[in-house]
Design a protein around this ligand. Structure first.
Ligand code: ADP
Ligand code: ASP
Ligand code: MG
Length: 423
């Protein structure tokens, strides 16, 4: 029996009962002969509540201090979980990200892991302990400051530890039974996927399926770590995510893997940009220098009479203020008329490797949106994904329409949501 890394999300440890339930499951894995490393998230919506609190004392909280604050959420759950395991008669020790050897760069609030040195975890395991690690946090290599990996980052901690410890599997325990063809909170007829390729999972995660974080899937691909996404509430087998199907995993060669949606982005339009070389470069260099990642970009055809064009792009809402401030400061050098900010947008994406070889997928997608009376504002595609931006209010209806149109609906009632507030 090898080493397993199990990650429990906030909804799985939302209260004392949840912590005790999870402790039993962990002890069962240990009793089955595994060495067990557990990565745990903050209880319930603690991270959101701490973020709200920070914003009440400062509209744009200092990054270093915000990380200090947010990491306290995971410290609470890791200590309680270790206590619960001990009271079941098994040895457990909890570790912060820093103690577990999660070394990051120094970009606060969205640090990247650059190394994992889990010496203390190894020692704890060798001494017969279950090791509990606080998710979503690390320590910066240069300044030795506490950092966080960005929202949902415990998934990344889990896979990074699984890679560093050469685990046989990384189990992600959450409040649904696996990865579904759409978010079960939006599509009650969504179907559970037994096995999904890393490629399709990467696109779903990048498109907003928050059941797995994009960076965690990238990590799993790089280090070839199989992920098993499953519920901590039911004993059911979940979804395997891996490069190739393993053992008896059922493989369906579906054209479409799923429909993802995302309402966490905003759109900025830079109005009246001179249509000459170097303008887009200046705009996006300004955004990059502010450490902001962008998603879609669209440039309008310029009006011949004015020689001016508009450039729109999408970015996380949480970065909206920073981006507007940076562009305003650079307005004189870039030379544009004005900025428009819109945070009432949503994105819907259809994902599946089969779309490369099956004509008509794009047409079918647009037809489904049109029948649902949903207006499209931006479009972007990759080889295995097509995404559109619409009004945020239209997103749920659009996801359901596309899900039905591509024959993904099931009547089996398997899209159970066991916990969580969906926040
Ligand atoms: P955790 O607290 O366990 O990290 P998250 O809220 O981050 O849980 O992720 C689980 C949630 O992801 C589910 O409750 C579900 O609403 C959402 N979700 C979005 N897309 C999907 C999908 N395709 N399959 C399953 N869940 C999805
Ligand atoms: N607690 C953090 C969050 O809510 C990290 C995580 O749960 O993965 O984003
Ligand atoms: Mg999550």
């Amino acid at each position: 029996m090898g080493l397993v890394v199990q990650k429990y999300g906030g909804s799985s440890v939302a209260d004392a009962e949840g912590i005790k339930r999870v402790a039993k499951r962990i002890v069962d894995a240990k009793k089955n002969g595994h060495q067990v490393v557990v990565v745990v998230s903050a209880m319930g919506d603690t991270t959101d509540e701490l973020t709200d609190l920070a914003e009440q004392v400062s509209p744009i909280p200092a990054g270093r201090e915000l990380d200090m604050l947010l990491t306290s959420g995971e410290r609470i759950s890791m200590a309680l979980l270790a206590m619960a395991i001990k009271s079941l008669g098994h040895e457990a020790q909890s570790f912060t990200g820093s103690q577990a050897g999660v070394i990051t760069d120094s970009v606060h609030n969205k640090a990247r892991i650059i190394d994992v040195t889990p010496g203390r975890i190894r020692t704890a395991l060798d001494e017969g302990n279950i090791a509990i690690v606080a998710g979503f946090q690390g320590v910066s290599q240069d300044k030795k400051d506490i950092t966080t990996l960005g929202r949902g980052g415990s998934d990344t901690t889990a896979v990074a530890l699984a890679a560093a410890l050469d685990a046989e599997v990384c189990e992600i325990y959450t409040d649904v039974d696996g990865v579904f063809t759409a978010d079960p909170r939006v599509v009650p007829k969504a179907r559970k996927i037994d096995w999904i390729s890393i490629e399709d999972m990467l696109e779903l995660a990048a498109s907003g399926s928050k059941v797995l974080l994009h960076r965690c899937v990238e990590y799993a691909r790089r280090y070839n770590i199989p992920i098993h996404v499953r519920s901590s509430f039911s004993g059911l087998r979940g979804t395997w995510v891996s490069n190739e199907p393993l053992g008896d995993q059922q493989v369906e060669h579906a054209i479409i893997s799923g429909v993802a949606h995302d309402v966490s982005e905003a759109k900025i339009t830079v109005v009246g940009v001179p249509d000459k070389p170097g303008e887009a470069a200046a705009i996006f260099r300004t955004i990059a220098n502010a450490e902001i990642n962008i998603d879609m970009v669209v440039q309008n055809v310029s009006a011949a009479s004015t020689g001016l064009t508009d450039i729109s792009f999408t970015l996380p809402k949480t970065e909206g203020r920073k981006a507007i401030d940076a562009l305003e400061r650079a307005k004189g050098t870039i030379g544009f008329d004005s900025l428009r900010y819109d945070d009432q947008i949503g994105k819907i994406s259809l994902v599946g490797a089969g779309m490369k070889t099956n004509p008509g997928v794009t047409a079918g997608f647009f037809e489904a949106l049109s029948e649902a009376n949903v207006n499209i504002e931006l479009i972007s595609t990759s080889e295995i994904r097509i995404s559109v931006v619409t009004r945020a209010d239209d997103v749920n209806e659009a996801v359901r329409a596309v899900h039905t149109a591509f024959g993904l609906d099931t009547e089996s009632d398997e899209a159970v949501v066991y916990g969580g507030t969906g926040r």
